[in-house]
Design a protein around this ligand. Structure first.
Ligand SMILES: [Fe+2]
Ligand SMILES: [Fe+2]
Length: 208
């Protein structure tokens, strides 16, 4: 495919992520246990947290799409493409959990998608090693964020908790594959900037 075809494909992917219902390749974790009754407060809190996680997965799709557009070697493309496929499951699981809780996804998703796409593309333009380092640092921060959500999600919301647990295991593997394929350690100011951006995303999408 030439660059224009790839760009059109990336735009098409983006429209699909922000507007269509994704299809998971793996079954939703823990669907066979009887769902617990949640209080209104717990339900609202779970919706907020799962909306944040859903937006995080929207951003993940955008980062991968931007990175894939400028990835140079085939091995880097494989690492990114494999992780992206697993993240589609995360996106679908979060969306279906929000639906089941009676909530809605964030209205800010298109905005964060666009910003993340630019970030992913920028990291890839700096070279495959930087792009893989960016993947590793992103996954490290996401993993810490999901661990925090496991502290904050209501204990009774076992369904959301299982989803977040499986996502966390996947993110750890994605981060490791970035290192294994030669990803470089990013400079501290870049890591701080990434943390700042994700802080804005998490506090905004918990509410809207
Ligand atoms: Fe994910
Ligand atoms: Fe991931």
């Amino acid at each position: 495919m030439n660059f224009v075809d790839q760009l059109i494909g990336a735009i098409d992917d983006g429209l699909r992520v922000v507007s269509a219902t994704p299809h998971a390749n793996r079954a939703l974790p823990n669907t066979d246990s009887a769902p617990a009754e949640l209080s209104d407060t717990d339900r609202a809190h779970s919706i907020g947290l799962m909306r944040v996680n859903h937006c995080g997965e929207v951003c993940a799709q955008a980062l991968y799409s931007g990175q894939l557009l400028f990835a140079r070697d085939a091995q880097t493309r494989d690492v990114l493409e494999h992780a992206r496929q697993e993240e589609i499951d995360h996106l679908a699981w979060c969306e279906s959990r929000i639906d089941a809780l009676g909530g809605r996804t964030s209205v800010l998703n298109p905005l964060f998608y666009a910003g993340s796409f630019v970030l992913g593309a920028t990291s890839a333009l700096a070279g495959d090693k930087v792009s893989l380092g960016f993947l590793t640092e992103t996954e490290k921060q996401v993993e810490a964020h999901l661990a925090d959500h496991l502290e904050r999600l209501p204990q009774a919301d076992t369904q959301s908790r299982h989803i977040v647990e499986v996502m966390r295991e996947d993110e750890i593997r994605h981060g490791q594959s970035g290192v294994a394929h030669g990803g470089v350690d990013l400079p501290s100011p870049v890591k701080w900037l990434m943390k700042g951006v994700s802080k804005v995303m998490t506090s905004a999408t918990y509410r809207i």
